[in-house]
Design a protein around this ligand. Sequence first.
Ligand code: ADP
Length: 480
Amino acid sequence: MSLVQVLSVASEVFPLVKTGGLADVVGALPAALAAEGVRVRTLVPGYPAVLAGIAVSARHALGPVFGGPATLVTGTAAGLDLLVLDAPHLYARDGGPYAGPDGRDWPDNAFRFAALALVAADIATGGWADWRPDLVHAHDWQAGLLPAYLHYRGAGSPPSVMTVHNLAFAGKFQPELIRLLGLPDAAMQPDGVEFFGALSMLKAGLRFADRITTVSPGYAAEIVTAEFGMGFDGLLRARGAALCGILNGIDTAEWNPATDRYLEAPFSAGLWQARARNKAALQVLLGLAVDAEAPLFCVVSRLSWQKGLDLLLAALPELLAQGAQLAVLGAGENVLEAGFRAQALAHPGRIGCVIGYNEALAHQMQAGADALLVPSRFEPCGLTQLYALRYGAIPVVARVGGLGDTVIDANPMALGAGVATGVQFAAPSTVLLEGAIARAVVLYRDRPVWRRMQINAMASDVSWRGPARSYAGLYRAMLA
Ligand code: ADP
């Protein structure tokens, strides 16, 4: 089996910079691919947190990139082989990867991410003497221009894979930028990067990549429809033969209930007393009544329309009527933050919420809650339900995208066969969410059934092994 060399290009990588599941995937896939004979080097922007977090091995001066000096820094962090684009005029600032401290997108985002794609294209086409990949893998809109740059360079370009982690982020910019970004005017048309009058970096990737993947088979089937396609469904239907879904895995070392450093009491399947200690600790932490019998639901999520948490706010009277508790960890839209804060104030001891981003608490929620609620309107893959499975928190999920692919609903046949791992409901509906919560509580009160589901959930293979094999198979098929 010959070694395949891949240049992976992304705007986030765990543990250095993360706003969502993209970072987890980009951070975890390389180690899993190494076992499949694939060497991945990951190109990321030189944000301050990235430059501070890597062990540098070398620096290579590049020519100026979009009006400022740039250096390619090679190094490692957390076992990752990183190429960092150090371009201070683009990345050396306080704030998030996409927006400033005021929450507004950086005004030069088009150049910040085009630079990433442009340098990737240079590396891919032999512009860096030290190394050249067999294939490039672009993630989401931030890397979307890479397949377009390669397309216009023509011969000598390696094949490209574009992975869509979330079609909702189109990476749209003013069409006038087309030349400044180094693309021909001809690219600014419907059969190019034009998207409803704008320049879309995601469209560039979807149009020009040799293969398109998305992060679950369910989402791959959904995004070719008008309902889920976000305006890209026509293009995706046309490119159907190049599109496939490969489920995400999770980092099973980082997310291991038996060794998790964040937990009150590490545990594994069957050690329910230890798990109960995490529940009590979580109840204390969230200001909930310490009650081993009350079914404790939790949410760990960006608070956004996508996640359907407005439906959960509407379903709270039913959740409380069932005698259940709710713990929420999340940040995002003001109305949702305010909504959960208000509910926590109105129902002390029954509803607790922490607004903010907290990695340790995310682990503690999965270990302490009885069930995780994910009522998403759409969900490309979803990682939190995978963590929940591994930690024996029963996922209660909307049947969309990757949620439908990863959770086995406790319907009568699955219960009869002893294979259920969670509860699914048809999205998006408050009434059906209420029904799912009620169904979960009934299951919870039938202790042998619940334990069986927890054991099944914790035995689910949520590792990267299978997915890595699929990506390696795809790469090899493309190079054959
Ligand atoms: P998305 O990428 O759409 O936000 P995913 O479920 O794929 O959703 O990934 C979300 C990731 O972000 C998970 O690793 C989850 O634990 C984490 N996460 C989301 N919100 C928070 C938060 N408030 N605090 C800590 N981790 C969070």
